[in-house]
Design a protein around this ligand. Structure first.
Ligand SMILES: [Zn+2]
Length: 588
């Protein structure tokens, strides 16, 4: 542990001056002579380590893996105090690493109405009606995860498939309501929320956002992208009136809910795509107290370039709290919006709405300013780009910065989503060493309307183009964008290898990943994207013992059954952080 702490200090010291900090080789921990603390055996171990791809057993001492091999090989690690787990033939893999999630958002979403499974707009109105009956006077009612494309029928009347908020305002006349779109790029609010935010018939669209109006100019309650800020600001002002103790208790609950959700789904490390300096301080306190059972990679979401420039250098963290918290990147920089809301930024207009090519949310010059600051301090840059124009602009920007700074190496800058690409931009990811941070499940969620939005040719050219990217040498790191999608890796892995849509169709099957590629994208590649591949991402002696036991072998069972696999056990640093209670008839 001391050595790990020293390594942490060393990296902190180097981090601000050298882009590529010295790293200790995992091999240092290889020579374990006495008995191990934990041996998992009689299983099928898939390691993601090319030097020893498979085994039957794993031995763990302290936080680290000390050996992988056959049951017979590892017998010598079993002593009188060793905890021995019989895997009964089950699959043991490295813990899943979600390279793009919103950790605090996951916790917050677990406190909100879950609208992801609503079949109609009326279902949602009924859920809000029930919540309004329970709510304290004036309290905000929040829901998230609705998607108009997932409803059985369009609401009537509607604008672009979106409902009018009248029914919402009727069931909740006094409590403001905010219902966030599945993409996170728009909200539906009720009349009370609009009244509090002062949105009236003449309120102009804020830059980078849209107050959706019907043909007569009447605002229907939908606020796209930056327009959502008009209501969120008022909500925040009310939240700011809470006492510090109330705020802290609420945030602790958020962390507890999120960490439990992740551990129960086999996610041992999660990225948080962007938090304020204040939230990072809070997370550091909780990690220091040992209150966060999983590992976090938190990107900084600075308020402004000036804010970033002032504070970034003092926020560098590499493996704080026994490798439970690292802060060495900036994120939540959105080049554009989302496909679902017609706000992803394209080179050519949308096929189903030729009046728009989407939105540039953060001006490219401003992204450049933030990226330059991050580069100076040795921080990773992570930019959200969905449309082909947004991806093109960000690749151009990264290329220009890399050319201007040939001394900077191993930056591992990332494009989040990299969802729609022109053929010419696909090879640039590998050429520029830019990580394609993609969320496989988005392909299966969006699949039903991608061709409608973009047309067949554009979709075939570069929509969720995993195979084309991998064939050109790009590194794809997988994730879920939770709470946009559920953080559960099983459906995500399933979509990565099948691209099967709910209606049974297969969405551009040539772009599927093999199972080994899908697992790699979710372990070793994700670890690489988080600068953690020296200590995480594979079952390798010397690395941290983050392990997952699955009820079914997702690497070999028929593709149609992948979705039925369950997480039986999750270990973080050799510590059991989740175990499924198997009811009779369960198990295998
Ligand atoms: Zn995201």
């Amino acid at each position: 542990m001391k050595a790990a702490a020293m390594a942490g200090i060393l990296s902190v010291a180097l981090g601000q001056h050298a882009i590529h900090a010295q790293r200790q080789s995992p091999q240092r921990w290889y020579w374990q002579r006495g008995p191990a603390d934990l041996v998992l055996r009689h299983g099928r171990v898939v390691t993601m380590d090319a030097r020893q791809p498979e085994g039957e057993a794993v031995a763990v001492a302290g936080h680290r893996i000390v050996a992988v091999g056959t049951d017979t090989d590892l017998q010598r690690y079993i002593g009188p105090t060793t905890r021995v787990v019989d895997l009964r033939g089950r699959l043991l893999i490295p813990g899943f690493i979600d390279a793009h999630a919103h950790f605090m958002g996951i916790g917050q979403s677990l406190k909100q109405l879950d609208l992801t499974k609503a079949h109609t707009w009326d279902d949602i109105v009924q859920m809000v009606a029930a919540a309004a009956k329970q709510a304290k006077p004036g309290a905000w009612i929040e829901g998230r995860g609705w998607h108009q494309a997932k409803w059985d029928r369009s609401p009537e009347p509607n604008v672009d498939g979106l409902p009018y908020n009248d029914s919402l305002s009727r069931v909740s006349p006094n409590n403001p309501v905010i219902l966030t779109h599945a993409s996170g790029h728009g909200i539906i609010v009720n009349a009370k929320a609009m009244e509090l935010a002062g949105i009236g018939p003449t309120t102009p669209n804020p830059p980078g956002g849209e107050i959706v109006r019907d043909a007569r100019g009447h605002a229907i309650g939908m606020l796209r992208d930056r327009a959502a800020g008009l209501v969120r600001r008022v909500q925040q002002q009310q939240l700011d009136t809470r006492t510090p103790a109330e705020v802290e208790a609420d945030a602790e609950e958020t962390v507890r809910l999120a960490a439990h959700d992740l551990a129960s789904k086999g996610v041992t490390t999660a990225s948080d795509e962007g938090e304020s300096f204040k939230t990072i301080d809070f997370l550091k306190t909780l990690v220091g107290r040992g209150q966060v059972p999983i590992r976090l990679w938190v990107l900084v979401n600075g308020e402004s370039p000036e804010d970033l420039a002032a504070k970034l250098p003092s926020y560098w963290l590499d493996g704080y709290g026994d490798d439970h918290l690292s802060v060495r990147g900036i994120g939540e920089i959105t080049a554009d919006g989302a496909l679902g809301t017609h706000s992803a930024w394209f080179l050519k207009p949308y096929t189903d709405d030729p009046s728009t090519s989407g939105l540039n949310v953060t001006p490219v010059a401003r992204i450049r300013q933030m990226a330059e600051i991050a580069l100076k301090d040795g921080f990773q840059v992570s930019v959200h780009a969905i449309g082909d124009r947004a991806n093109h602009e960000v690749l151009d920007l990264f290329e220009a910065i890399f050319k201007a700074h040939p001394e900077a190496r191993d930056l591992r800058w990332r494009i989040e989503h990299a969802q729609h690409l022109t053929a010419a931009d696909i090879p640039r990811f590998a050429q520029l060493h830019v990580i394609a941070s993609m969320q496989a499940l988005h392909a299966c969620s969006d699949g039903p309307y991608v061709v409608q939005r973009l047309g067949e040719a554009r979709a075939a050219e570069g929509a969720y183009a995993w195979r084309k990217l991998m064939d050109r040498g790009a590194i794809i790191a997988n994730g879920t964008d939770a709470p946009v999608e559920d953080v559960d890796p099983i459906p995500n892995f399933d979509c990565a290898v099948t691209r099967r849509l709910k209606d049974g169709r297969t969405f551009f099957p040539d772009e599927r990943m093999t199972r080994a590629e899908a697992l790699r994208s979710y372990t070793l590649n994700a670890a690489y994207a988080l600068f953690q591949d020296d200590r995480l991402g594979s079952i390798t002696p010397g690395k941290l013992a983050d392990l997952v036991v699955l009820s079914k072998d997702i690497m070999t069972i028929p593709a149609g059954q992948i979705g039925t696999a369950k997480v039986d056990q999750t270990y973080v640093g050799g510590k059991l952080v989740y175990e499924r209670t198997v009811t009779s008839g369960g198990g295998q």
